[in-house]
Design a protein around this ligand. Structure first.
Ligand code: PMP
Length: 427
């Protein structure tokens, strides 16, 4: 594929934008390639600046569960913009989306909209601290919750990719209140709680870890967190920015039947526009300003275009059999990749929950960050570059989740499996 235009744009971008990108993993640094500059995307096809088409498994890192440019979403947003793009005042649209979210997500009785997942988790943590009067929080190694200071400790995703779990600029005084446990290890959680009796405000967890690759919760893990939080008066926060409306309409909490006290959302609820949300039990949410004293605000929060895209997206997700169809397509793809690796004699460990999946370049079982870190990232990088050359656009890091959309058809799935087969054979 010829990518001269992307290369030229990247050269220009690096002069004006740090690293040439507005979010680090986009730079393709860990896979030893230059990033593609994207011109457009429709359905499951993404097109670069040189007019090359790729089958897209990034889906803007999760939001595009319908595929790109779903006509119903596009039409609704076009209509909305003609009535104004931001008012800084309440609208009926915000009530509509709030109602839809509350109806869908078991733990959410009240919800507030923000403009990113980072804002959602940052605000949820502040509220949990305000509610409990405690300062410490527990997160899990390899889980990413956005880039707020308190959460940029042992984070996965871009931070894991670059091997800098803690960022310069995060004050030691802030990071010291963030305790890190091991995903899928309840013992590591209990130990931290015993060492910090009555000091832990909340446990925040990705119920299906999606930022160290895809790591499902082991049996009893989420239930165990629920019961620890109940007995210790700790607020349990499920960060469902990635899994919300993705693995089921009601998210991972619906899928696993475990209800947290608070939930953070993002990605899909914005239908590709900038939205995040956090919600939970009324007695917690009511502490938020102006009904309570915990401050949180946003100029563009509840923005009418973003609300419109979210509402239309959620409506489409309610179609009969939507998640079953997505499951079937995703299963076919993940099974096909597993078989392709097997027939080439190449060791991988494949994980999948619904339309989230990851091909780990290791023969070990991956259940937490230390086991994810056993992956051969160089082999992944080679695989990524070969797949890209064959027109398959995967996330440019081993420690990311791939997303299937409802727009992926049999033909694209077969093409992807065939590409994987030849890439594994070549490795
Ligand atoms: N939480 C999770 C689980 C995420 O996956 C992400 C982003 N990938 C975030 C929070 C942060 O969201 P945003 O990038 O919108 O700030």
């Amino acid at each position: 594929m010829l990518t001269a235009r992307s290369k030229d744009l990247f050269t220009q971008a690096q002069e004006f934008i740090p690293g040439g990108v507005n979010s680090p993993v986009r730079a393709f640094k860990s896979v030893g390639a230059d990033p593609l500059f994207i011109k457009k995307a429709i359905g499951c096809t993404i097109t670069d600046a040189d007019n090359n088409d790729y089958i897209d498994y990034v889906g803007s890192w999760g939001p595009m569960i319908l595929g790109h440019c779903h006509p119903q979403v596009v039409e609704a947003v076009k209509r909305a913009v003609e009535s104004g793009s931001s008012f800084g005042a309440p609208t009926e649209l915000e009530i509509t989306l709030a109602r839809m979210v509350i109806d869908a997500v078991p733990s959410i009785e009240m919800v507030r909209m923000v403009s990113s997942g980072t804002e959602a988790t940052m605000s949820a943590i502040r509220l949990a601290r305000g509610y409990t009067g405690r300062d410490k929080i527990i997160k899990f190694s390899g889980c990413y919750h956005g880039h707020a200071d308190a959460l940029l400790v042992k984070a996965g995703s871009g931070a894991a990719t670059f091997g800098v779990p803690d960022s310069p600029g995060v004050p030691v005084d802030v990071a010291k209140n963030t305790l890190t446990a091991q995903f899928n290890d309840l013992g590591s959680v209990s130990k931290l709680i015993d060492e910090n009796k009555n000091e832990v405000a909340c446990i925040i967890v990705e119920p299906i870890a999606g930022n160290m690759g895809t790591v499902p919760p082991g049996e009893g893990f989420l239930e165990g967190l629920r019961s620890i939080c109940d007995s210790e008066g700790i607020v349990l926060i499920f960060d469902e920015v990635m899994t919300g409306f993705r693995v089921a309409y009601g998210g991972a909490q619906e899928l696993y039947g475990v209800t947290p006290d608070m939930t953070t959302l993002g990605k899909i609820i914005g239908g590709g526009l900038p939205v995040g949300a956090f919600g939970g039990k009324k007695d917690i949410m009511k502490l938020l300003s102006p009904s309570g004293g915990v401050y949180q605000a946003g100029t563009l929060s509840g923005n009418p275009l973003a609300m419109t895209a979210g509402i239309e997206t959620l409506k489409l997700l309610q179609a009969d059999g939507f998640y079953e169809r997505l499951e079937q397509t995703s299963r076919r793809l993940a099974d096909g990749i597993t078989k392709a690796a097997k027939s080439a004699g190449y060791p991988i460990y494949q994980t999948r929950v619904g339309s989230m999946f990851c091909t780990f370049f290791t023969s070990n079982e991956v259940r937490d960050w230390p086991t994810a870190a056993t992956c051969d990232t160089k082999a992944f990088a080679a695989f990524f570059r070969m797949m890209l050359e064959k027109g398959i656009y995967l996330a440019p890091s081993q420690f990311e989740t791939a997303f299937v959309s409802i727009a992926h058809t049999e033909a694209e799935i077969e093409k992807t499996i065939a590409a994987a087969r030849s890439c594994f054979a070549a490795l």
